[in-house]
Design a protein around this ligand. Structure first.
Ligand code: ZN
Ligand code: ZN
Length: 689
C-alpha cells in the first residue's frame, strides 16, 4: 500500500475534472479524496503502487476534454488506511479562480438530441459537463447553478439524479436541463407570439428568404439563407452594413470542404470545442451569394456550436450568421431589447427563456503556416487566463478605445475580457464598466494599480483616472511590443520590435503606427518610424484612403504632379493640401495602416472605406501569384533615429501604374517592400548595438 499527494495545475476547474478523478480512482480501487484549490486540483490516492502509477499515467494522457493541464506534481505520503474515495467541496475562502468559457456542444450531446428514443431528442438546451454555456450565464462565484441564469429552473427528478451521480456525464453540470424542467423556445413574428413549432417556423421563414433574429449563447444573430442573394442583400441594406463580409454557419465539415479550401489545421480549429469563426479561402465553386462576402475572397465559417444550431442546421446547409446589432452598436443579448431594436432588421425572432447574463461575441481566428491566430478572442476562449510567469500583483489594464478588451491580473493569471468593442457608443461603454466590475467580483481581485493608454481622451483612459489608484499610462505601441514579448515569454531588455498599426497616441503628440522600438517589457525607446505625413482632414482621412494617397504623393512628387493624380476632385484635393500647409486639422502620422491606405488608393483600390482595414484587405487580396520585383523603403538616419522613407517608393508605384502595371503586381511589390523593411530595420538597429 502506498499513498500519494497529487497536485494538478492548469485549467482543471469547471471542466468535470473532479468527477473524472473520482471515476478513475473507483476504477483502480484507490481510496482518498479530490478537491479544488486556488491553484487547481489537489488529490490524495492510496492503494497498490501499480494502481497509483496507472492513475497518474491516465491523468496525464487522457484528461477530460476541456482540461488543460500545465503541471502535475506528486509526493509520497504515509498510508492512512482510508476506505473509499470522496469528492470534497471546495472550502470557503479557497476561491475558485477559474471560470470556464462557453463551450461548443460535444458529440455525446449531439447524439442525445438526434436519437429519437432519447428524452432530450431535439431539445435545444441539452448540455453536460463537457459542453454548454458557462461564462455567458454566470453572475457570481462560486460557479453553482444558483449563481447562473439557470437558477429559475428547478431540476426534475431525472435531471437531479444525473446531477448527483458521479458516474453520469451530467454530474454537477450546472446548466443541466431537459424538456420537462428546462428552458423553451418561442417564436415571434411582427412582435406577436406564434404557437406553432418554433423550429418549423424558423425553417419556413429562412426558406422564404426572410431574416430571422436567433438567440445564441452570448447574444442574438441575424440569420438568413446564405445562398439566397436577395435575402443577403436585404439584410445588408437593413443592417446598414455595406461591404464588411458576413460570417456563415455551415452544417458540417463536409459542407465546409465543398465551399472552402480546408487544411488539417484549419479543420482541427473549426471543429475544436471552442468552435470559433475561422477565415477560410473560398473555392472558385463556393456557392454562397455574392453579397455574403462582397469583394472578399475569404469566408468566415463556423460550425453549429449549440444544440439549437445543430437542430436548425439539419434543414439548412449554410446560413449567414452575423451579430444582431444595428450598424456599429454592440450585439443585442436581452430579449426586451431584441423585440424592440432588432425588428428594424429582422422579420421574426427565434428566442428562449434562458437569459444571457453577459454579451459574448463569436471569436474569429485564422490559420497561417499551421498556427492558429486570434483576431477576436471571445466565445470559447474568454475568460480562460493567460499565464504570466512570475506575476505577483493585481493590476487592471483598461485597454484602448477601438476594439477594446481589458485585462485583470491576479498573481500569475491574466484574465483577458472578451471583445468589448469600440468605446464610441454609450451601450458599449456601459458594458465596459459593468464587465470590469464583474471581473473584479468573479475573480476576487481588487486592482492595486491601473494601466491605461497614454491617449488622454479615450473613454477607457478617463475611466482609469476616475479609479483613484496608482495609474500607469502606457504608450500604445509599447503596449503592443510588451504584449508580444510576454506572449513569447521573452524576458530580455534588448529586443527590437517593429509595430505596424493603424493609430496610436505618440509621445510627441503625433499619431504613431509604423514604429521601431528597442527595449523590453518594462520600457522601450523609439528608434525608428515611418516618415511622417499629414492626415488631411483628421479622422475623415481614415474613412477616405484617397486623402492619404494625396498627402504622400504631394510629399513624394510635388504639388502639381500630385494634384494631376486626382482629376476627379481637384478642388477638394487642393483645399485639403492647403489646409495641410497651414496645419489645419492635419495631424502628422507615421501610421503603416494609413500608408497601406495611400498605396491601395493609388492603385485604384478602395477610395473610400465602409469598415476598418478595408483598403488593406482588398489590396492584399489582389496580389498576383506570378509577380516579380519589389519596391524599397530607404532607411535614413536622422539624429540616431531611423526614418523609414517611402518617398521613392511612392514615385516608383506611380510610374509603374502609369506604365500599365496591374494593381495586383503593385500589391505584391509593396508587400515585399514591407517585409524587407522589417528585416532591414532590425539588422540596421542590431548593427548599432
Ligand atoms: Zn455535452
Ligand atoms: Zn429535467
Amino acid at each position: 500500500m502506498v499513498r500519494y499527494s497529487v497536485e494538478v495545475k492548469g485549467i482543471v476547474q469547471g471542466v468535470g475534472f473532479r468527477p473524472f478523478v473520482y471515476r478513475l480512482a473507483q476504477k483502480l480501487c484507490l481510496s482518498g479524496f479530490v478537491r479544488n484549490t486556488p491553484q487547481g486540483v489537489s488529490v490524495e490516492i492510496e492503494g497498490r503502487k501499480s494502481s497509483c502509477e496507472a492513475f497518474i499515467k491516465e491523468l496525464r494522457e487522457s484528461p477530460p476534454r476541456l482540461a488543460n493541464i500545465e503541471k502535475i506534481g506528486f509526493t509520497e505520503l504515509l498510508p492512512k488506511g482510508d476506505t473509499g474515495f470522496i469528492i470534497l467541496s471546495s472550502s470557503e475562502g479557497l476561491c475558485n479562480t477559474f471560470i470556464s468559457p462557453d463551450i461548443g456542444i460535444c458529440d455525446d450531446c449531439i447524439s442525445d438530441i438526434t436519437s429519437k428514443s432519447n428524452r432530450r431528442y431535439r431539445y435545444a438546451f441539452t448540455n453536460c459537463t463537457n459542453c454548454g454555456p458557462r461564462f455567458s450565464i454566470i453572475n457570481d462565484i462560486p460557479y453553482d447553478r444558483r449563481n447562473t441564469t439557470m437558477d429559475r429552473f428547478l431540476q426534475c427528478p431525472a435531471c437531479s439524479h444525473e446531477y448527483e451521480n458521479p458516474y453520469d456525464r451530467r454530474f454537477h453540470a450546472q446548466p443541466n436541463a431537459c424538456p420537462e424542467c428546462g428552458p423553451h423556445l418561442s417564436f415571434f413574428k411582427n412582435g406577436e407570439y406564434l404557437s406553432q413549432d418554433p423550429i418549423d417556423l424558423f425553417n419556413l421563414c429562412i426558406s422564404r428568404g426572410e431574416v430571422v433574429a436567433l438567440k445564441g449563447i452570448g447574444g442574438f444573430h441575424f440569420v438568413c439563407d446564405a445562398k439566397n442573394e436577395e435575402a443577403v442583400s436585404r439584410l445588408r441594406k437593413r443592417k446598414l452594413r455595406y461591404d464588411k463580409p458576413f460570417a456563415v454557419m455551415m452544417k458540417d465539415i463536409q459542407t465546409v470542404e465543398e465551399y472552402c479550401e480546408l487544411n488539417p489545421t484549419e479543420k482541427k480549429v473549426l471543429a475544436s470545442p471552442q468552435k470559433p469563426i475561422l477565415l477560410l479561402k473560398k473555392k472558385a465553386s463556393c456557392a454562397v451569394a455574392p453579397s455574403t462576402t462582397k469583394l472578399n475572397d475569404r469566408l468566415g465559417v463556423m460550425l453549429p456550436y449549440t444544440p439549437l444550431h445543430c437542430i436548425i442546421m439539419q434543414e439548412n446547409e449554410v446560413l449567414v450568421m452575423t451579430s444582431g446589432n444595428l450598424s456599429d452598436s454592440p450585439m443585442v443579448f436581452r430579449d426586451e431589447e431584441a423585440l424592440d431594436k432588432l425588428s428594424v432588421v429582422c422579420d421574426s425572432i427565434l428566442t428562449h427563456n434562458r437569459c444571457i447574463y453577459r454579451r459574448v461575441d463569436d471569436s474569429v481566428c485564422f490559420v497561417i503556416n499551421e498556427k492558429n491566430y486570434m483576431l477576436r478572442r471571445a466565445r470559447g476562449y474568454a475568460p480562460e487566463p493567460l499565464h504570466l510567469d512570475g506575476g505577483k500583483s493585481t493590476i487592471l489594464a483598461v485597454g484602448p478605445q477601438q476594439k477594446n478588451t481589458f485585462c485583470l491580473t491576479k498573481g500569475e493569471n491574466a484574465f483577458v475580457s472578451s471583445h468589448i468593442g469600440d468605446l464610441d457608443d454609450a451601450d458599449t461603454c456601459k458594458s465596459f464598466e459593468s464587465e470590469i466590475e464583474s471581473f473584479i467580483r468573479l475573480f476576487d481581485a481588487v486592482p492595486q494599480a491601473v494601466a491605461c493608454d497614454m491617449h488622454p481622451d479615450y473613454f477607457s483612459t478617463r475611466y482609469a483616472y476616475r479609479l483613484n489608484i496608482p495609474l500607469y499610462p502606457v504608450q500604445h505601441h509599447h503596449a503592443h511590443f510588451a504584449s508580444v514579448l510576454a506572449e513569447h515569454g521573452l524576458k530580455i531588455d534588448n529586443a527590437i520590435g517593429l509595430i505596424f498599426d493603424g493609430t496610436g497616441y505618440g509621445e510627441d503628440g503625433c499619431i504613431w503606427g509604423g514604429e521601431a522600438l528597442f527595449g523590453g517589457i518594462q520600457e522601450s525607446r523609439r528608434v525608428g518610424h515611418l516618415r511622417y505625413f499629414p492626415l488631411l482632414g483628421g479622422e475623415a482621412a481614415i474613412r477616405e484612403p484617397w486623402r492619404a494617397a494625396l498627402a504622400c504623393a504631394d510629399i513624394a512628387m510635388g504639388r502639381e504632379t500630385a494634384l494631376s493624380l486626382f482629376k476627379e476632385n481637384p478642388d477638394e484635393a487642393r483645399i485639403l493640401l492647403e489646409a495641410g500647409d497651414k496645419k489645419l486639422n492635419s495631424p502628422l502620422t507615421s501610421s503603416m495602416g494609413r500608408l497601406f491606405d495611400a498605396v491601395a488608393s493609388l492603385a485604384g483600390v478602395c477610395r473610400q472605406t465602409s469598415y476598418e482595414g478595408q483598403a488593406a484587405i482588398e489590396f492584399q487580396q489582389l496580389m498576383e501569384k506570378e509577380a516579380n520585383g519589389s519596391y524599397h523603403f530607404e532607411i535614413i538616419n536622422e539624429n540616431e533615429i531611423m526614418i523609414f522613407d517611402w518617398r521613392q517608393l511612392i514615385c516608383d508605384i506611380v510610374s509603374d501604374l502609369n506604365r500599365g502595371v496591374s494593381a495586383g503586381i503593385v500589391s505584391v511589390r509593396f508587400h515585399r517592400a514591407v517585409v524587407e523593411l522589417i528585416a532591414a530595420a532590425a539588422s540596421y538597429e542590431r548593427g548599432k548595438t
